[in-house]
Each structure stands twice: as structure tokens, then as C-alpha cells.
Design a protein around this ligand. Structure first.
Ligand SMILES: *Cc1c(COP(=O)(O)O)cnc(C)c1O
Length: 402
């Protein structure tokens, strides 16, 4: 991340580099408050003796969706701790605003409901998407209708009632990349939503490339420690206002403790993503040269997610890891590995899974902050467990310590 790249954003006058924003954004008033750490406000309600003033503020929120001035009235409208996280994430994404939700799926649901409430129920989406996003769209659970296409087919798939074009880049779990700038162009006046969970704003800021809506499962890299569930949408203030109204009416709010942990997570995001990405790139280099591995997927923009197809049984690899955690999810300080066809994308119809490039021998690994040699030794042994019948065991790499 260079200062120039950040400064070229069309967002409100960014003057500080990403690494600086990561530790300072959303905290601008702390010195004035005489505080160093952001305060955690757990209030569900806020006292006021002036019911007339409260009525006016409620009317104002109901008509505009703007964040209320002063105390939030009730915790489903707004929360000062969560608002700090929203401000910081918006700054990192180069967006005007951000609205946080209880999970990534709650965030996506709110976007779909917001568009549907404007009569725009049709969604154009590019596979693969995260399994549950695919399911939410494909099952039409929120009354939306989806047309699946590849990036080249987006322009032709648009209809007068298309409210959204959705893509993940790099995509979960194949790490397929889309040309976001070209896609945004193909969308015309229809907003392009980019799920930026895998890249994070450290590696890619879709708003600068023409996306109107950026979605995160904050559960992953933004939180970064596997102990907080959340979602967030970065967008312009106009759409943020609609999202706040949807959040108020449907209740998918982020708990303030989660907001506090997410703000804290953002402060180390650039360091974590860069360090884990360097380790991931080295593991990719070794996996690509390994005879037990058929194919390795790694995006051009880099990152800490890798996926690879094994020649042997992927279940044996999952059963064989000792250091790496065999679990779904990603973006934590410790490394995780999972089998998308069994877990993260199980809910997707098998034929749709295959057409989206999610093969039965594909494994997805989220590279954490462990030492690269320790990770390689674990992978090496697990791969041998998974390929005993199909390939000769390769000598383990000599441990080298930094
Ligand atoms: C995990 C994930 C989601 C869903 O987020 P939750 O926080 O689990 O609801 C959405 N998109 C991507 C790319 C994900 O990895």
C-alpha cells in the first residue's frame, strides 16, 4: 500500500497512509476525551427527559437514515463503539461510510433487502461465491431472483429490475480473480458489490476500482483472531442510510463488544495480512513444486489464502494436520485448513459447485502467523498421509529457523 494509491481514492480527503489509518481512524476524539483506549459502550438504551426532542430525532432517522446526533436513543439505531469501527473501516476502504452487522450474512441480507425495498429484486452474480452467499441467492430466501453468469456475461444479464451485481475477488474458495474495474464498467448504473473478505483493504480497495458496495465478513481478517463474528458494508452515505434503516427494522446489529474487538483488530490488519501473505507465497512455491499436489491456486494480488488440489484423498490431509487447525473459517492468527466440498460449500448443489470450479480434491488453507517451516512440516506430513496410496513420500524439508 502506497500513500499515492490511497490518496487517489475519490473518498473524503484521505491524507494518511493505510497503516496509519489502521491505528488512528475512528479514534480522532480520544485525546479530547482524555482516553487512550476506545471506550466500550454496552448500553441498550439512553435516558432522555425530553420526549419531544426524542420524537424529532426518531422522525429524522426514519426519514433520512442518518446517524442520530448525540446519544443513539436505542441500541438498534446506533452504537458509539461500533460507530468507531464503522468509521475506521470506511477510511481503510476509501468509502464515505460503513454499516456494521452481526455477521457477514446479516450484512449481505441487509444489502439484498435494501435493494428489494426499492423494487430491485433481481441480482446478477458470478460464481463461485462463499457457500452461504450462493445459497442465500440461489434459494431466493429473501425473495430475490438470481442470474448466475461469468464476468463476461454480466452486461447481458442485466434487466430493468436488477438491483445488484455481486462478485467475490479473490473468490472463496478457488481464489479466482475478477477484473473489478471492467466489471464495474459492465454494470453501468447498477451497483457492483465486491465481497472483499479475502483481499482486505490492505491488498485491494474495490471502491477505487469502481465498486459501489464493499462487503466483508468481519469474522475473518478484520477481527483476525477467530473470536468475533461480524459483517460490514462500506459504501456511499446515501446507501448507508438505507442500510441503517434496514438494520434498525430487521435487527441484525453487531454487539458493541464485537465492535470494540473489530476496531482493535483493524489496528494490526496491515501487519497481519502482509506477514501471513509472505508465508503463504512461500508455501505456494513449495506446493506448486510438490508431486503430491495437482494444482495450486493463488491470486495475482497475493494474500494469505491458498487453495490446492491434491492427487490423494483430501480427507486424509484434513485428518493428518497437527499444527494447522482443521476447521472452516479463515483470517485468524493461526492457520486453518478445510475441505470446501465437505464444509464451506457443502450447501451448494454439487453440479453448481463443480461448475464454479470447486472440485472434490480442493483444499482451502488460511495461512496464519506461524513460522513457515513449522507450517510446511505439518503440511508435508499431512500430504503424505493423504497420498500414501498414490504418490511416493517426499523427503521433509530441513527445518530452517529465522
Ligand atoms: C465467511 C464469509 C462470508 C459470511 O460471513 P459470516 O461472518 O460467516 O456470516 C461471506 N463472504 C465470504 C467471502 C466469507 O468467507
Amino acid at each position: 500500500m502506497t500513500r499515492d494509491a490511497f490518496a487517489s481514492s475519490s473518498s473524503p480527503a484521505p491524507t494518511r497512509a493505510l497503516a496509519t489509518e489502521a491505528v488512528h481512524a475512528g479514534r480522532d476524539d480520544l485525546a479530547e476525551l482524555g482516553l487512550h483506549a476506545p471506550p466500550l459502550d454496552l448500553s441498550t438504551t439512553y435516558p432522555s427527559s425530553d420526549a419531544r426532542a426524542e420524537a424529532a430525532r426518531i422522525d429524522e432517522f426514519a426519514t433520512t437514515g442518518a446517524r442520530p446526533d448525540g446519544p443513539p436513543i436505542y441500541a438498534r439505531l446506533d452504537n458509539p463503539t461500533t460507530a468507531r469501527f464503522e468509521t475506521a473501516l470506511a477510511r481503510l476502504e476509501g468509502a464515505e461510510a460503513a454499516v456494521a452487522f452481526a455477521s457477514g450474512m446479516a450484512a449481505l441480507s441487509a444489502v439484498l433487502l435494501a435493494r428489494a425495498s426499492q423494487g430491485l429484486r433481481h441480482v446478477v452474480a458470478v460464481r463461485p461465491l462463499y457457500g452461504c452467499s450462493d445459497h442465500l441467492l440461489d434459494a431466493g430466501l429473501l425473495g430475490t431472483e438470481v442470474t448466475w453468469t461469468d464476468p463476461a456475461g454480466v452486461a447481458d444479464a442485466l434487466r430493468p429490475d436488477t438491483g445488484l451485481v455481486m462478485v467475490e475477488s479473490p473468490a472463496n474458495p478457488t481464489l479466482a480473480e475478477a477484473d473489478i474495474r471492467a466489471l464495474a464498467h459492465a454494470c453501468g448504473s447498477v451497483p457492483l458489490l465486491v465481497d472483499n473478505t479475502f483481499a482486505t483493504p490492505v491488498l485491494q480497495r474495490p471502491v477505487e476500482l469502481g465498486a459501489r458496495i464493499v462487503l466483508h465478513s468481519a469474522t475473518k481478517y478484520l477481527g483476525g483472531h477467530g473470536d468475533v463474528m461480524g459483517g460490514v458494508v462500506a459504501c456511499d452515505e446515501e446507501f448507508a442510510r438505507t442500510l441503517r434503516q434496514v438494520r434498525f427494522a430487521t435487527g441484525g446489529v453487531l454487539h458493541p463488544l464485537a465492535g470494540d474487538l473489530l476496531l482493535r483488530g483493524l489496528s494490526t490488519l496491515p501487519v497481519r495480512v502482509r506477514a501471513a501473505s509472505a508465508t503463504a507465497a512461500e508455501l505456494v512455491r513449495r506446493l506448486a513444486a510438490d508431486p503430491r499436489v495437482e494444482r495450486v491456486h493463488y491470486p495475482r494480488i497475493g494474500g494469505a489464502m491458498i487453495s490446492f488440489e491434491v492427487l490423494g484423498d483430501p480427507h486424509d490431509v484434513i485428518a493428518g494436520v497437527r499444527l494447522i487447525t482443521p476447521a472452516v473459517s479463515l483470517g485468524s492468527v493461526d492457520s486453518l485448513i478445510q475441505h470446501p466440498a465437505s464444509i464451506s460449500h457443502r450447501i451448494v448443489d454439487p453440479s453448481d459447485r463443480r461448475s464454479g470450479g470447486i472440485g472434490d480434491r480442493l483444499l482451502r488453507m488460511s495461512v496464519g502467523l506461524e513460522d513457515v517451516e513449522d507450517l510446511w512440516r505439518d503440511l508435508d506430513e499431512a500430504l503424505s498421509a493423504g497420498s500414501a496410496a498414490t504418490a511416493p513420500r517426499r523427503a521433509a524439508a530441513e527445518p530452517v529457523r529465522a
